[in-house]
Write a protein that binds this ligand. Structure first.
Ligand code: HEC
Length: 136
């Protein structure tokens, strides 16, 4: 019991050291870019395993993306207002997670064309944030 408690405390301490930093987010972005490339390779090589691995990477990474801890704790009014867009991030995350699942399902079912359509929708979600919401 004591051991469990200590482990928990250690995890909390680790988790809150710097919270979610910009460096973390850039790394997550790079992971997602790789995941998108993997999915595309899977399409070209007609390989379900590669598509699935890419979709899983995408699903597991998008969930971490959001305002950094520093951004969340900012005192700047304008920054704070921008951070309220994190609700938007939540919707984007859910959508991309659903798309990742749909890509695999349709590709598995032999409908590569439809899987590609959904893939393009994911790209549109990425670019929507980059072009408009980039500052959250
Ligand atoms: C909710 C907003 C948001 C979404 C959605 C989003 N991005 Fe980003 N992306 C950013 C921000 C903000 C940056 C700039 C990095 C930073 O300041 O943290 C960035 C930067 C990047 C970079 C450059 C990283 C570098 O090395 O400088 C890549 C690559 C990237 N995103 C890929 C993607 C891909 C692929 C997707 C979709 C699967 C995606 N992003 C979705 C907000 C977003």
């Amino acid at each position: 019991m004591k051991k469990v408690l200590i482990t928990c405390m250690a995890l909390v301490t680790l988790g809150t050291a710097d919270g979610y930093t910009q460096a973390d987010r850039i790394l997550d972005m790079q992971k997602m870019a790789q995941a998108m490339q993997d999915i595309q390779s899977g399409f070209f090589y007609n390989n379900l395993d590669i598509v699935t691995a890419g979709a899983n990477d995408l699903k597991n990474t998008i969930i971490k993306v959001g305002p950094t801890t520093a951004e969340q704790n900012t005192k700047d009014v304008y920054e704070k207002w921008m951070n309220d867009n994190s609700a938007m991030t939540g919707r984007t995350q859910k959508r991309i997670q659903r798309y990742a699942k749909d890509i695999v399902e349709h590709f598995k079912a032999g409908d590569a064309q439809y899987a590609l359509n959904i893939y393009n929708r994911v790209t549109a979600e990425c670019m929507k944030c980059h072009t408009s919401l980039r500052k959250w």
